[in-house]
Design a protein around this ligand. Structure first.
Ligand code: AMP
Length: 421
């Protein structure tokens, strides 16, 4: 085979795709119950949007973006995350003028040029929510509740949310200076990456898995918050306590994107290895202004679907829809396809599911496809059946077979299905 899928991407089909669709359906309905509605933005955006919003000193912008020029020389980027595009859409469509809280959710592919490994891909999928237009820490609590709820609704055992405050443009710069000074004396203990980071963005050291020992000796941001950030954090913790939402304050938690302010949180999976972050989120009050808009406080999260689906509980089952009758038409003769297609249509019109095997393969293979596809009945039609005006209808559960006239195939299958319910 000459062509292979690009490194770090996946093909989804068959049973795996059915699981994805089921997860997406259940999560959408869970999130919609909180009043969030879906937003779909373009897969590519102006490169500058991400450079401005995510931040130049971040891994995403410095090494991971798929950026290209279109025929007019515009610099475009396959979205590496969807918070900046949603904020861009919010501002561009004038939604800030409504004055209320806008609640959006999204599902879709994201692209990051990263070293592929288990749980880390170059095209991956996220489901996320963005609540835009309020500073109220109760909104942070709602978003955190939803982020935990998506795992709960799929049957995951209770997971911990790790929570921190990363300050704001009032208190963070001073804390960064304090950090820089501290790091000055620890240069020899830092990894090569962090040696450079210490000067550009010292907070990123908390993201480094190699510098654990140094991290523990550093001052923590929650001891250096301004009054507003401290009050916000205290209030958020009170609301979470009031709602019975368990959290762990992790003073070392920072997030890899620059736009976060105040609240930052993360949900880890206890059984995943290096790539154990299921979900990350936080508040990004400065993002609207970074995008050139008016000040608009906002908070959201984003959860990776590959990691979520890869760790679904064993008892996760696909909810069956109400069965209105399903039949697989096994054709032994090309000449009978019109009758089969017409009968299949009749079954579908009554809400049933019907597939006509148009492959021309043998009886055995067609019957196997019928049971693999989860059909209740196989309708077998050959030359003899055509002459007699009746098809052989095989109950794929009991194995019983009966002759049924062509005109009453659909009603026969519907009635038998109803009897069995
Ligand atoms: P982030 O936007 O980096 O905060 O990521 C949010 C979530 O998306 C993470 O917790 C992961 O579950 C998922 N994620 C991020 N990057 C990747 C990737 N390269 N491959 C698969 N999942 C990812």
């Amino acid at each position: 085979m000459k062509f292979k899928r690009p490194r770090g991407t996946n093909d989804l089909f068959g049973a795996q795709m059915e699981r994805w669709l089921e997860v997406e359906r259940r999560l959408s309905s869970f999130i919609r119950a909180y009043g969030y509605t879906e937003i779909r933005t373009p897969i590519f955006e102006s490169a500058d949007l991400f450079i401005r919003a995510v931040g130049e000193g971040t891994d995403i912008v410095s090494t991971e973006m798929y950026t290209f020029s279109d025929k007019k020389g515009r610099r475009l980027t396959l979205r590496p995350e969807n918070t900046a595009p949603v904020m861009r859409a919010y501002l561009e469509n004038g939604l800030h003028r409504t004055g209320g809280l806008t609640r959006f959710y999204y599902i879709g592919p994201m692209f990051r040029y990263d070293r592929p490994q288990a749980g880390r891909y170059r095209q991956f999928h996220q489901i996320g929510v963005e609540a835009i237009g309020s500073r109220n820490p109760a909104v942070d609590a709602e978003v955190i509740e939803i982020s935990l709820g998506i795992y709960g609704t799929l049957g995951f055992p209770p997971l911990d949310v790790r929570l921190n405050s990363v300050g704001c443009p009032v208190c963070r710069p001073a804390f960064k200076e304090i950090l820089k000074n501290e790091l000055e004396g620890m240069k020899d203990s830092l990894c090569v990456n962090c040696g450079e980071r210490a000067l550009i963005n010292p907070l990123r050291i908390f993201d480094c898995k190699e510098c654990d020992e140094v991290k523990r000796r550093l001052p923590v941001i929650t001891d250096h918050l301004c009054d507003e950030c401290r009050e916000h954090f205290v209030r958020l913790k009170l609301i979470l306590d009031g709602l019975g939402i368990g959290f762990i304050h992790d003073p070392l938690l920072v997030r890899g994107l620059d736009y976060y302010s105040k609240t930052a949180f993360e949900i880890l999976h206890p059984e995943l290895g290096a790539q154990n972050a299921l979900c990350g989120g936080g508040r990004y009050d400065g993002l609207a202004e970074d995008c050139g808009g008016v000040f608009t406080p906002a908070v959201g999260f984003s959860a990776g679907l590959e990691r979520l689906i890869g760790t679904l509980p064993e008892n996760f089952a696909i909810d069956g829809e109400v069965d209105e009758g399903s039949a697989y038409f096994v054709l032994l003769e090309g000449s009978v396809e019109i009758q089969a297609l017409a009968a299949a249509n009749e079954l579908r019109e009554g809400g049933g599911r019907a597939v006509v095997d148009l492959s021309g393969r043998g009886l055995k293979k067609q019957l196997k496809a019928a049971s693999d596809g989860g059909f209740s009945f196989a309708v077998i039609i050959g030359a003899d059946e055509m002459r007699s005006g009746e098809a052989a209808v095989k109950d794929l559960v009991s194995g019983e077979q009966e002759m049924v006239s062509f005109n009453s195939l659909a009603s026969y299958i519907r009635n038998r299905t109803e009897e069995g319910r």
